[in-house]
Write a protein that binds this ligand. Structure first.
Ligand code: UTP
Length: 290
């Protein structure tokens, strides 16, 4: 079955980047000239996704506004001859069919994904974490969808993380199938000891799930941090029917982390044709003073 639906959980509290997230969702932080979540929606669309459910929360209404039309502003742009910006704005509202649901209590990523049950129905679906922007020619979500189509199992997007940092992420038991494709038969969220580490591969930012995840989530108890962890539910899938891991190409930026936000801004600005030259010059000047 073709994967055409995606879920973007964007209901987290963003405590690592307070006070910026006190009134502004981290998913709306700008990277050069677009909010983070627009890069994510664009990646989903480039991957063949047509219908997207964004899981929101109180105070996240500006996400809905961003993907809506803005008649007064559009009229003003047309009147002042700014047709290119006008087109850009209208295109945002046409990217995909976007739906919203509120996660009424912030009980973790697994709980957020479980809010998508009726939207998803009986189909496989992609999950794009709302604070993970991935930039690359071949969209990461599409790479996972291709692996789903080839191996017929739920897929996790994986990356190797430094040994000193694996305790902050998940750790996966994997066996290589192809250059960047693995089978995954076990996983642990935030391993507490060195013995609990299964490998340095961790789930980062993307997965393609099958609808059987919902019954598993219904029975998943709060885990690390007292939250219902998506990893704990995926662990059941991995241990029973098995999952596929794709070490996707593309650079990931964690928009829930101060350093990640800075990296995204600098690197994406350097890819912008208009900014590249002046910004590189500026960075070189700054670098001389360090
Ligand atoms: P994170 O754990 O990175 O987000 O979740 P957080 O809880 O906002 O982070 P900190 O630790 O407080 O800074 C990954 C993704 O899952 C969403 C977040 O919005 C983020 O996009 N999420 C997390 C939810 O939608 N609901 C939740 O209950 C938790």
């Amino acid at each position: 079955m073709k994967v055409t639906k995606a879920v973007i959980p964007a209901a987290g509290l963003g405590t690592r980047v307070l006070p910026a997230t006190k009134a502004m969702p981290k998913e709306m932080f700008p990277i050069v000239d677009k909010p983070a979540i627009q890069y994510i929606v664009e990646e989903a669309v480039r991957s063949g996704i047509t219908d997207i459910l964004i899981i929101t929360n109180r105070g996240k209404g500006i996400i809905e506004d961003h993907f809506d039309r803005t008649p007064a502003l559009e009229q003003r742009l047309l009147e002042s001859g700014k047709n290119d910006v006008y087109e850009q704005l209208v295109d945002i509202s046409k990217l995909a069919n976007i739906y919203y649901i509120r996660q009424k209590e912030t009980k973790g990523l697994g709980h957020a994904v479980n809010c998508a049950r009726s939207f998803v129905g009986n189909e496989p679906f992609a999950v794009l974490y709302g604070d993970d922007v991935i930039i690359g020619e071949d969209p990461a979500c599409g790479q996972l969808i291709r692996a789903y189509e080839k191996y017929g199992k739920a897929v996790v997007g994986i990356k190797a993380v430094p040994e000193s940092e694996i305790f902050k992420y998940s750790s996966l038991k994997v066996e290589q199938l192809e250059e960047n494709i693995f089978s995954c038969t076990d996983m642990v969220e935030k391993p507490k000891t060195k013995d609990a580490v299964l490998s340095l591969y961790s789930i980062l930012g993307r997965c393609v799930l099958t609808p059987d995840i919902f019954d598993i989530l219904d029975n998943t108890k709060p885990g690390a941090g007292g939250e219902i962890q998506l990893t704990d539910a995926m662990k059941t899938l991995a241990q029973t029917v098995g999952m596929t891991g794709v070490d996707y190409t593309g650079k990931r930026y964690d928009m829930g982390d101060k350093f990640g936000i800075l990296q995204a801004t600098v690197e994406i600005a350097l890819q912008n044709p208009l900014l590249r030259e002046p910004f590189a010059k500026y960075l070189k000047e700054i670098a001389q003073t360090l």
